[in-house]
Design a protein. Structure first.
Length: 241
């Protein structure tokens, strides 16, 4: 066998290895249970009932690998309809799992469950999930992390990965009431009472902790940040200092 032929054989073998690495037969299935429910939450000296998933605000972080199958059983424990949307996921032949109410699926009725099933194909990085009916996504949201099957495509390799940072908004009142007022007036919605990182307002707001997100880093080392803008109405500007 000549040198060129042997090189071709090695190349084909490498290609087969890569394809088998991410083939559906080797993909894992990630199963989760989400419960959409009300929870008493206090921010800015105000306590109110807030719509949450599994009692968390923001909701749970979903972490999968490229090629994984995902099954999320959602139970609707509130009195109104709900749906969930996996923002940015390519729903290849699983459009009914995308989540927009009355478009790709019927809403999940009160007291009912629905299991979303889809595969994460040819995607990696940081996405997010949220409710896709009315303004429920003001608090029903969370990060969706897709780890690559192969090594990260950038160098140097991160020294560490920090927890995801979900930017959001907080209203002392009911977010649904803000939406209703906007629809009646035809104008823009009322500005939120605070901006949040992982559900917590910053030190400039009353009754708030001094910091929302603080971590220690070492000079000269690289850290991976995962940032999600879950705000309803505003662009968010982020800086590290």
């Amino acid at each position: 066998m000549g040198r060129s032929a042997s090189s071709l054989v090695r190349l084909l073998a490498a290609a087969v290895f890569v394809l088998s690495w991410i083939s559906p037969s080797s993909a894992a299935t990630r199963r989760l249970k989400f419960n959409v429910e009300w929870k008493s939450v206090t921010r800015l000296c105000h306590t109110k009932q807030l719509l949450t998933v599994n009692g968390q605000y923001p909701g749970p972080t979903i972490a999968v690998h490229e090629g994984d199958n995902v099954e999320i059983k959602v139970t609707n424990s509130i009195s109104t309809n709900t749906t969930l949307h996996w923002h940015g996921i390519k729903q290849l032949r699983t459009g009914w799992a995308d989540g927009p109410a009355y478009i790709t699926q019927c809403p999940i009725r009160s007291g009912h469950t629905y299991t979303y099933k889809f595969q994460v194909t040819d995607q990696r990085g940081t996405l997010w999930w949220h409710s896709h009916i009315f303004w429920q996504r003001a608090s029903v949201n969370g990060a969706l992390i897709i780890y690559p099957r192969m090594p990260y495509p950038f160098k140097p390799k991160p020294h560490a990965e920090l927890p995801p940072m979900v930017f959001g908004e907080w209203w002392n009142g009911d977010a649904d009431a803000v939406e209703e007022q906007m629809m009646l007036s035809g104008g823009g919605p009322n500005v939120s009472d605070a901006y949040t990182i992982n559900g917590l307002p910053g030190p400039l707001y009353a009754c708030s902790a001094k910091h929302t997100f603080v971590t220690s880093v070492s000079r000269g080392k690289t850290y991976l940040l995962r940032i999600v803008n879950a705000a309803l109405n505003n662009e968010m500007f982020f800086a590290v200092r």
